[in-house]
Design a protein around this ligand. Structure first.
Ligand SMILES: [Zn+2]
Length: 99
């Protein structure tokens, strides 16, 4: 199951939220948001589109999780690589009954 919160680093927790339409884009299945305003608590969210199949939702979650890793660990990961990693990571989680 997809958690409602995911800790990426000790002080970096992303809330997982669901929206019918993300940023007004019908085709967007997920979005990873990190907004930092000096003096304010940063907003960290993984937004997933409501109503997708379980597998689609899990794949989108993994995709956005990799974006969160990019942000929090400052690793530039080419978007094409994120797409390539989604399915194998999903498969490993499934094969080991972690999801
Ligand atoms: Zn992406």
């Amino acid at each position: 199951m997809i958690p409602s919160r995911v800790r990426i680093k000790r002080n970096a927790v992303y809330n997982v939220v669901y929206q019918a339409e993300i940023e007004g884009n019908k085709h967007l299945e997920g979005l990873c948001v990190r907004i930092t305003v000096p003096g304010e608590r940063p907003v960290r969210q993984i937004i997933l589109k409501k109503g997708m199949s379980r597998t689609q939702t899990e794949l989108a979650f993994i995709h956005e999780l990799i974006h969160a890793i990019e942000f929090e660990y400052e690793i530039a990961i080419p978007h094409a690589l994120i797409y390539l990693l989604e399915a194998p990571i999903h498969k490993i989680l499934k094969l080991n009954d972690w999801i």
